[in-house]
Design a protein around this ligand. Structure first.
Ligand SMILES: [Zn+2]
Length: 589
């Protein structure tokens, strides 16, 4: 018995190998009609291994190569195959559901229609009917890459690639190179491209057969032209695909490198770096000024205790003339005793000002490449009021009724205002406290350098006829040419308080963009035209000492209210650098 069984097995094996080697000749039923089939055998190789479909061989009919659905799906893919005789349809279920209907060239893959190159059909072999469909559709739907080898009459299918999990998506910046890093748990393949819309450039990297299960991650970059980096699962069908996109405002050269084991992708951008090339110090009046020469665009400042002000310059490398990577510059400022600097980390330069005590400071970029650190020597003290009586010396200003001189009247009011402010605890600086000539630009510059909180210019008005009379206040228009001061609020408060004290004609507020003392000052500034020196009624008031005191009192009350509101936070004041215009030589009225 044993011998016979062995012999039978050998015969079966030989027959099986013959059936592969020779042409398949048989009468089969195609669409119900007998058909004599005589075409060389077609072999199927999956990952290099022969795949035997038994009594249902692959067939070539009308130039399309057909394969038996059931044996390949069950044996090859491990899928479940169900036949529904009522609808004449086959349903194949594995990680997706494929439905085929006899006579139809449309398949449903997870409910979505997919066109076949030839319809599904029943082929009758022996006494049974089998569903056949074009080979490419079935293999590709289940993730196999497949090719037809015409010379050898062979279908070559490659197993589905392994799905990689993307495990991390990070960014880094080193020595002027910004990198986006993608890491996977197994080797990955990618394709990439650039979409260029003006001002919105996207570089994308597609990783096929990959899963990113952490949702859409958006990492802000904000360095030079780089805006942000985003990763997300771009699609799950037919193959899972992960897409990483880097958004840019401008074209930046980049390159993509893959680690040797293909589990890591790096997209790098050479965005360059900024350099700190020098640090200097200057004492200007009450101010200590630290000038950092650099082409940096981003910095952070912080106060550490009462004796240290720290400026961190981002994306910057220290390149001092002496080559030092850290150093200390002793200085003798109002409050600064030393300036220290160092390459704080890979891409940050730190500059520290050591101070003797509490100090106010502001840091800004001027001329695009200089960061100034301005320190006020005495913080938390009363505001500094700059009082500017107009004209003086060789410039008497307008000459009014009875030869009354503007320069004398406004000096009288200014000195009274100064005494009220001083008594009230304010700090003051006057452009002049005697009858001397001071040019216009000097007045603004002096106020700017002193760090005055407000600027008040006092004038009297004049006209060719005696009729016009009354009081008006001029201010620089808010926001004009990028000005950031709130001049109008200041003017309004002074106006309201002044008009409560005096009963001149109220001519209101006026915008004066071309007045030198308004457009060259950095702090809120106004010019008061107290009254018309050319009008008899006004002129009588202007030379009256009691009236001058009332004007001074009104302005003083306004100043008190203004700083009270600032302190409460109901209004705000900013120093403006954008308007300061030394070429403007228009004179004051
Ligand atoms: Zn004047």
């Amino acid at each position: 018995m044993k011998k016979i069984a062995l012999f039978v097995a050998m015969v079966v094996a030989i027959l099986a190998s013959y059936s592969i080697a020779f042409a398949y000749k048989n009468t089969i039923l195609v669409d119900g009609k007998p058909f004599y089939y005589n075409v060389p055998d077609i072999t199927i190789k999956v990952a290099g291994q022969n795949f035997d479909t038994g009594k249902t061989p692959p067939l070539i009919l009308k130039d399309s190569t057909l394969i038996p659905v059931r044996v390949i799906s069950e044996k090859g893919f491990g899928a479940k195959v169900e036949w529904d005789d009522k609808t004449k349809s086959v349903t194949i279920t594995k990680d997706k559901t494929v439905r085929l209907t006899i006579g139809s060239d449309v398949a449903l893959v997870d409910g979505k229609e997919v066109k076949l190159v030839a319809p599904a059909r029943i082929i009758g072999i022996g006494n049974d009917g089998y569903t056949y469909i074009p080979f490419r559709f079935l293999f590709e739907t289940f993730g196999y890459k497949v090719e037809w080898d015409q010379k050898n009459y062979q279908i070559n299918a490659a197993s589905p690639p392994k799905i990689a999990n993307i495990t991390s998506f990070t960014t880094s910046y080193n020595n002027g190179v910004f990198s986006v890093n993608i890491t996977a748990d197994s080797p990955i393949k990618y394709s990439q491209g650039v979409i260029e819309d003006p001002g919105n450039i996207r570089i994308y990297v597609d990783i096929e057969n990959a899963i990113w299960d952490k949702g859409r991650i958006d990492i802000p970059i904000n360095k030079k032209s780089l805006v942000n980096a985003v990763i997300a699962q771009n699609q799950t069908q037919p193959v899972p695909k992960v897409r990483a996109v880097i958004y840019l405002t401008d074209v930046v050269p980049y390159n993509i490198t893959k680690s040797q084991d293909s589990t890591n992708l790096t997209i790098s951008f050479d965005i360059g770096t900024s350099y700190v090339t020098g640090i200097s110090f200057a004492k200007e009046g009450d101010y200590d000024k630290v000038i950092i020469n650099c082409n940096a665009e981003q910095f952070n400042t912080q106060k550490v205790g009462d004796n240290k002000i720290v400026v961190d310059i981002s994306d910057a490398i220290l390149k001092m003339p002496d080559g030092s990577k850290a150093g200390q510059i002793p200085v003798q400022g109002n409050v600064i005793t030393a300036i220290r600097y160092s390459q704080y980390n890979n891409d940050t330069v730190r500059v520290v000002a050591d101070t003797t005590g509490k100090a106010d400071y502001s840091v800004k970029i001027l001329d695009k490449n200089i960061i100034m650190l301005v320190l006020k020597s005495q913080p938390n003290e009363m505001p500094l009021i700059y009082i500017d009586p107009g004209h003086g010396g060789s410039d008497p200003g307008a000459i009014g009724v009875g030869g009354l001189r503007e320069s004398d009247v406004v000096l009288g009011i200014a000195l009274k205002l100064n005494s009220l402010l001083t008594k009230g605890g304010f700090r003051t600086t006057m452009s002049r406290d005697s009858d001397v000539f001071i040019d216009l630009v000097t007045r603004s510059q002096e106020a700017n350098n002193a760090g005055a909180d407000v600027f008040i210019s006092i004038h009297t008005n004049a006209f060719g006829t005696p009729t016009p009379k009354g009081t008006e206040i001029w201010y620089y228009p808010d926001g004009y040419k990028g000005d950031t001061r709130d001049n109008k609020t200041f003017a309004q408060i002074i106006h309201d308080n002044l008009m409560k004290e005096i009963n001149t004609v109220d001519r209101g507020l006026k915008e004066g963009p071309n007045l030198s003392v308004l457009n060259k000052t950095k702090m809120p500034a106004i010019l008061i035209e107290t009254a018309f020196i050319t009008n008899p009624d006004d002129a009588a008031l202007l030379q009256d000492d009691a009236f001058q005191w009332k004007v001074a009192q009104g302005i003083y009350n306004g100043i008190v209210e203004y700083f009270k509101k600032l302190k409460e936070g109901s209004i705000s004041a900013t120093v403006s650098n954008s308007v300061y215009d030394t070429n403007n030589t228009n004179s004051n009225p």
